[in-house]
Design a protein around this ligand. Structure first.
Ligand SMILES: Nc1ncnc2c1ncn2[C@@H]1O[C@H](COP(=O)(O)OP(=O)(O)OP(=O)(O)O)[C@@H](O)[C@H]1O
Ligand SMILES: [Mg+2]
Length: 366
């Protein structure tokens, strides 16, 4: 989308947007820290539809840094280029346009009232966006530091297969691996659901079900002693909820997302049409997920004989609203699972758990 405004007004907007991005970036670069006992020189990356998150070790702790996986196209001009450059906002020139990507895209988009676009869709490179690969490479180059030594281990998350996604996952994984290898790492992929098991279930000998409910999809993996027994994905996630609610209420998706992230609470009755629709589509997502999990367990003949019930861990941005856990639990009880579940809980840090699991997997290779 090209933003066309009177030059003075547009220049002012661009300057304001740049200032907002700077303050956003300085908040983001503080990262969040969690304790870990592991030590090493490895890196974990969650390459998600909405966000790319890097997990690194800094002494006894993990540090997380993220960039929004989005971009916006604006008209190329010397003025805009110099604003972007001065403020260190990621961008590149393509013909008459400038592509602004990463965190800057979202803030720029909001300020200029233009929709951001995504280089990924349903967990993989979006074939409908010609610049997808270049944008993801740009975000990765910005986020991922040079390897501490040549061939340092790096794990990046990939989705599990959904009904029709196998071939696109192969391509997505190969393109990203090649790029990360070229940066000097020894890169390998990890299934996103398995990363949740690695992140959260050390005390259970890495045995249980890891679920990551993100923006583009939900990923699920059942692991036994860290070995995946099955994994799958469904292509319903936060984007599906936002778009569905927007289409039935007449709101725009961005506003729905804002309400969902800032105000929505399962524990109280819906206060308006948007909250009512959010409940309906969240329930639909949870039901689809739980039913597919139940069906997959039932049809998997090679499930090892577990000597005790196993846990389910819920992670990803879509599990964040208050009351999500209880809602999910009620659907599991209703469905009567074919295996015994010991407990269901949220991941300690749902937005960073995939990257943390990828880091643990990378460190285990050292
Ligand atoms: N506080 C919140 N409440 C509700 N939803 C949230 C909250 N924070 C983030 N989300 C939603 O979570 C989703 C993003 O989650 P996440 O960052 O785990 O996805 P992703 O890893 O980028 O995508 P995917 O794993 O599907 O490829 C978005 O739909 C976002 O609106
Ligand atoms: Mg994810």
């Amino acid at each position: 989308m090209t933003v066309d405004k009177t030059p003075k007004k547009r220049e002012k907007e661009l300057e304001e947007a740049a200032a907002q991005i700077l303050s956003h970036q300085s908040r983001n670069s503080e990262g969040s820290f969690t304790e870990t006992s592991l030590d090493g020189m490895a890196v974990g990356i969650d390459i998600g539809t909405s966000k790319i998150v890097l997990a690194e070790q800094t002494g006894p702790r993990n540090r997380f840094t993220s960039q929004t996986n989005a971009f916006i196209t604006v008209q190329n001009s010397k003025f805009t280029r110099s604003i972007l450059k001065q403020n260190k906002i990621n961008h590149y020139v393509t013909g008459d346009n400038l592509i602004v990507y990463g965190d800057g895209a979202e803030v720029f988009g909001n300020m200029l009232n233009a929709e951001t676009r995504r280089p990924m869709r349903h967990g993989v490179l979006n074939p409908k966006e010609g610049s997808a690969i270049e944008i993801i490479k740009g975000i990765l180059d910005d986020l991922v530091p040079p390897p501490p030594k040549d061939g340092a281990h790096l794990c990046f998350s990939v989705p599990g297969a959904s009904n029709d996604s196998e071939t696109s996952i192969i391509y997505h994984e190969a393109v990203l691996k090649r790029h990360l290898d070229e940066k000097g790492y020894n890169a390998r992929s990890i299934n996103e659901g398995l990363a949740i098991v690695f992140s959260e279930l050390e005390d259970e000998n890495f045995t249980g079900i890891g679920i990551s409910a993100g923006g583009g999809m939900c990923n699920v993996c059942l692991a036994f002693l860290s070995v995946p027994v099955f994994s799958f994905s469904i292509i319903k996630g936060g984007d599906y909820i936002d778009d569905s609610v927007a289409s039935v209420t007449g709101e725009v998706s961005t506003r729905v997302r804002h309400i969902k992230e800032e105000e929505f609470d399962f524990r109280r009755s819906p206060r308006n049409e948007v909250e009512d629709a959010l409940c309906i589509y969240y329930d639909d997502l949870i039901k689809t997920l739980v039913q597919k999990l139940k069906a997959t367990i039932s049809k998997t003949s090679k499930i090892p004989k577990m000597d005790k019930p196993i846990p389910i861990i819920l992670s990803g941005g879509t599990v964040k609203p208050a009351g999500f856990l209880e809602r999910f639990q009620s659907f599991v009880i209703k469905e009567k699972f074919p295996i015994d579940i010991s407990y269901i809980r949220l991941a300690e840090d749902p937005l960073n758990a995939t990257a943390k699991g990828a880091l643990i997997a990378a460190m285990s290779e050292e």
